[in-house]
Design a protein around this ligand. Structure first.
Ligand SMILES: Cc1cc2nc3c(=O)[nH]c(=O)nc-3n(C[C@H](O)[C@H](O)[C@H](O)COP(=O)(O)OP(=O)(O)OC[C@H]3O[C@@H](n4cnc5c(N)ncnc54)[C@H](O)[C@@H]3O)c2cc1C
Length: 380
């Protein structure tokens, strides 16, 4: 039987996903005693269900600040926690002149962050069918991790540095300085609540104030025997340009949007972000669709997977029948009008959530910022 908790720590963190782990890293770096509590027996949330794409290069505003800091922390964790990583950047494949124009505009705004590629270099780096490509961009700062392994490896690393983890333990209520769990009570000077979309379970008024919803995503892992070339990094498409804030001010983006919405209304209706990452074993992660609600339907439509497979066959120029689906799964992340939720509903209790599906990109940096605001406040 697991031991009852009844302890006092400097920092208690609810949630052992990437956001909670980022806070634990920042806390242990400051010499603080840290306890991370998670209701599941190991990480099972968004942090293990994603593409593993730290999409550093094409963020803007606060997301860019957090992404740049996250990049430093991911590289550090690669070295200290032994994470598998591709650090050679990501790619955007342009299949229309307006997409290439938007990429050129982005590269002009961010010299040194992105390099424009011709069609054949883009095809060689991404495995995409040369027949559909007009050009592309190499996003120089992007990273790729293996989301299936990273959280467990970071957990083991943090444990080796003295961070305590209590899994299979749900936090029921939180007050300033203490929290009640299904295994007892914990006292803590600072409490970090990093529960992703479940903000509304512990702080319903906060969930309502920030309009937090759940966003469900259909995902697949496939084997593509006819793939022309391995993916040199995460691969984005024109659909991704509509999503990432770094492209928002590109004058050509409006043309990209109207063409994609007119030519592929069914994909637009599913709010598709057509993108790919390749694991070390050669399998390719394929995604994704988006559907938002307070409660996400568990019933994934086969038509959504069909649409993703059709697009994948066209993108890589392979026979659809030759694509072998290895796995399908549903991911869920917190979604809200703002990109981040950081609030202090009670003294010494911070609720921190990435509310736009970029937590692998920004979560570590955001956590570092939250901890420095607590422990090294400006003007103190
Ligand atoms: C399919 C998919 C693809 C994505 N692709 C990308 C990508 O390529 N790049 C990118 O940057 N981002 C991506 N994201 C987003 C990213 O995965 C998330 O933003 C990020 O993982 C959120 O981390 P988290 O720690 O907040 O949440 P989680 O990993 O979900 O962790 C929250 C934890 O809180 C625990 N918890 C909740 N309530 C309680 C409680 N009461 N008591 C104890 N524990 C509790 C849960 O068990 C869970 O382990 C994707 C997300 C999905 C779903």
């Amino acid at each position: 039987m697991a031991k009852e908790l009844d302890q006092i720590v400097d920092v208690a963190i609810v949630g052992a996903g990437i956001v909670g782990l980022g806070h634990a890293l920042a806390a242990v770096d400051r010499g603080l005693s840290v306890l991370v509590i998670d209701r599941t027996s190991r990480q099972n949330g968004s942090t293990i269900r994603n593409f593993g794409h730290a999409c550093i290069t094409v963020q803007a505003g606060a997301a860019q600040v957090h992404a740049d800091r996250s990049r430093e922390l991911w590289l550090r964790l690669r070295d200290e926690a032994g994470l598998w990583m591709r650090d050679t950047g990501g790619y955007v494949v342009a299949r229309a002149e307006d997409e290439l124009a938007a990429l050129r505009e982005f590269a002009a705004r961010r010299p040194g962050s992105a390099r424009i590629l011709d069609a054949s270099s883009t095809a060689a780096a991404t495995g995409a069918d040369p027949a559909v490509i007009v050009g592309g961009a190499h996003l120089l700062d992007d990273l790729q991790v293996n989301p299936r392994e990273a959280a467990a490896q970071i957990t083991a690393y943090l444990e080796s540095r003295g961070v305590q983890f209590q899994f299979s333990t749900a936090v029921r209520t939180i007050r300033s300085g203490r929290l009640h769990t299904t295994r007892g009570r914990v006292g803590a000077d600072q409490i970090i609540v990093a529960v992703n979309y479940d903000v509304d379970q512990l702080f319903p008024e906060l969930g309502a104030a920030y309009e937090v919803e759940r966003c469900g995503l259909d995902m697949m892992r496939v084997r593509i025997p006819e793939l022309r070339a391995p993916l040199s990094g995460p691969v984005l498409t024109g659909w991704s340009m509509l999503r990432y804030s770094g492209f928002a001010t590109s004058p050509s983006l409006a043309a990209v949007r109207s063409r994609l919405f007119a030519s592929a209304p069914a994909l637009a209706a599913r709010d598709v972000n057509q993108m790919y990452t390749q694991f070390a074993d050669g399998t390719v992660v394929v995604g994704d669709t988006h559907y938002r609600d307070d409660t996400v339907t568990p019933f994934q439509e086969e038509a959504a997977f069909d649409a993703l497979l059709d697009e994948t066959a066209g993108f890589f120029g392979v026979a659809r029948a030759g694509i072998e689906v290895v796995e399908r799964w549903q991911g869920v992340y917190a979604s809200a009008p703002a990109e981040f939720l950081v609030d202090e509903p009670l003294d010494g209790v911070r609720v921190v959530s990435v509310t736009t599906g970029i937590g692998m990109t920004t979560g570590l940096g955001l956590a570092d910022r939250v901890m420095s605001e607590i422990y090294e406040p400006v003007g103190a």
